[in-house]
Design a protein around this ligand. Structure first.
Ligand SMILES: C[S@@+](CC[C@H](N)C(=O)[O-])C[C@H]1O[C@@H](n2cnc3c(N)ncnc32)[C@H](O)[C@@H]1O
Length: 155
């Protein structure tokens, strides 16, 4: 297990979902993107570094059928699966470092809320960008965004 993986697994192990600074009970901005892009319910949507975010719950509720959640932390993924109960079977779960991800399909929407900014070395950033470039359909969407802006807007 990598140090990074250990770090995130420990973090999810020792904090309840609402004890982390990025917790949001409803992913309002992410869902606004989904609406804006007018994605069909069959769209392949991936949440990169999705952790135990409620984005997947909101997408399922809207009827999306091809949802993918990728995270380096198995603990985060387990927590999200547990929360979803039977519905977890409707989601493709991937425990992986995104910079080592080999996407099995191309995506209509690559969503990253607060994962990309953890990549601070040139090789990690390069890997991320080239994987995303190949993994997103020609007319697909990529959104990478940062939570601090959102938090300050909420104040
Ligand atoms: C700040 S949290 C945001 C979680 C989620 N996107 C949300 O909005 O609630 C960052 C997430 O990125 C994940 N992460 C960090 N480095 C990663 C990597 N190299 N590959 C995949 N996921 C990673 C962490 O495990 C964590 O769940």
């Amino acid at each position: 297990m990598s140090t990074q993986q250990q770090h995130w697994d420990n973090l999810y192990n020792s904090n309840a979902e609402d004890e982390v600074s990025w917790f949001q009970p409803y992913p309002k901005i992410s869902m606004e993107f989904v609406e804006l892009f007018n994605l069909p319910l069959s769209a392949n949507i991936i949440d990169i570094g999705g952790g135990d975010s409620y984005f997947v719950d909101a997408l399922l509720k809207k009827g999306y059928q091809n949802i993918w959640v990728l995270d380096i932390s198995a603990n985060a993924i387990e927590r999200a699966k547990k929360r979803l109960g039977k519905k977890e079977g409707k989601v493709h779960w991937i425990v992986s470092d995104v910079t080592e991800f080999d996407p099995p399909v191309q995506f209509d929407f690559w969503h990253d809320r607060a994962a990309f900014h953890f990549f601070t070395t040139e090789d990690k950033i390069y890997n991320y960008v080239s994987i995303a470039e190949d993994a997103i359909k020609k007319d697909g969407y990529l959104i990478v965004w940062h939570i601090f802006r959102e938090r300050s807007q909420q104040l």
